[in-house]
Design a protein around this ligand. Structure first.
Ligand code: ADP
Ligand code: MG
Length: 312
């Protein structure tokens, strides 16, 4: 087997906070600065591992929606196009940051990079389409919300548009991604959970929905056959009694334990629940390890010393 074939493959899913931290305005300078933390570690890890990088797009797609609201004369773009835009923009930012870090390590020539626009198939009969639940984009007043052409829901911040978040069924580019990995490329893909599409005969078309990036990443990790699946976010890992004085980091979880904590309601939908579900799915289907950790601890978590480690 060649050198690349012998290496293990990591899939690292970067959360939105890898680019924009809570409380920041989210300028491009801030985003590039924040990215250095995970990307420096990924550059080092790429010496030893093949690598797939996926990423969130919550704040980025939210800003694009806000821009659309403010420029009413320009035809509005559907959500699937906005997801594609964020795959391009965040893919570019990750790729160029990684390029600089690989250059600094002197290994740029051994590590070609590529960002892929990625489509993810969903089921048109997914029950999520009947009850859109994922809040996205700007906050509206009650009066504004009543006049909007799409469903909204009252959230802590105010009224927000809600869209369906169907389950991912398969990643269209899985074979291309596998091939690129085996050719030695670092592949950046599945941004924002992928562009949601439904099959129509032999072709497919985009739908107004968003796919959870952790669930899409877990699926890709299984379809490509990665050895280790890492979700990097802004907390040290999954905790019980989160946000209370009894809060405690879970260091090691079997599927049965994770299932129990899920049922007890320790992990809310839309943030920690999909991460734990994604880890569970990967571990159950592959018998390999999945980890939830902070963006600052990616390198350490591979050694098994940080984060929440999911094992059989
Ligand atoms: P990402 O952009 O990385 O996907 P999310 O905001 O979706 O990040 O999920 C991470 C957030 O989940 C943390 O910032 C934390 O506030 C929240 N969270 C909710 N419940 C828990 C829990 N039980 N343990 C850890 N974090 C939790
Ligand atoms: Mg999330």
């Amino acid at each position: 087997m060649d050198e690349i074939g012998k290496k293990k493959t990591l899939l690292v899913a970067l959360g939105g906070n890898a680019l924009i931290r809570k409380g920041q305005r989210g300028t491009v300078d801030e985003q590039f600065e924040n990215l250095k933390v995970p990307i420096r570690q990924l550059a080092r890890l790429s010496k030893k591992y093949n690598m797939i990088i996926t990423h969130g797009n919550g704040p980025q797609v939210g800003n694009l929606l806000l821009q659309q609201e403010l420029s009413r004369d320009i035809p509005k773009l559907p959500l699937e196009i906005l997801v594609a835009q964020t795959q391009g923009q965040v893919g570019y930012m990750i790729e160029s940051s990684l390029d600089s870090e690989l250059m600094a390590l002197g290994i740029i020539h051994q590590k070609p990079l590529v960002s892929l626009i990625t489509y993810v198939v969903v089921d048109p009969d997914d029950p999520a389409f009947m009850s859109p639940s994922k809040p996205i984009g700007p906050v509206y007043s009650k009066e504004e919300a009543a006049r909007l052409p799409f469903p909204t829901r009252e959230t802590k911040k105010g009224y927000r548009r809600v869209v369906a978040s169907p389950r991912p069924l398969t990643i269209i580019e899985k074979r291309e991604i596998s091939k690129l990995i085996h050719m030695g490329f670092i592949v950046i893909c599945c941004g924002g959970g992928g562009i949601p599409v439904i099959r129509e005969g032999r072709s497919f078309c985009g739908v107004d929905a968003v796919i959870d990036k952790d669930l899409a990443s877990a699926l890709l990790a299984q379809e490509v056959g990665v050895d280790l699946f890492i979700m990097a976010t802004d907390v040290e890992g999954a905790m019980v009694h989160f946000g209370t004085p009894r809060q405690e980091l879970l260091r090691r979880l079997t599927p049965a334990q994770a299932e129990q904590y899920l049922q007890e309601g320790h992990f809310p939908p839309g943030s920690m629940q999909p991460k734990v579900e994604a880890a569970l799915q990967f571990v159950r289907n592959t018998s390999r390890r999945a980890i939830i950790t902070s963006t600052a601890s990616i390198q350490a978590c591979v050694k098994g010393t940080t984060g929440t480690q999911f094992v059989l």
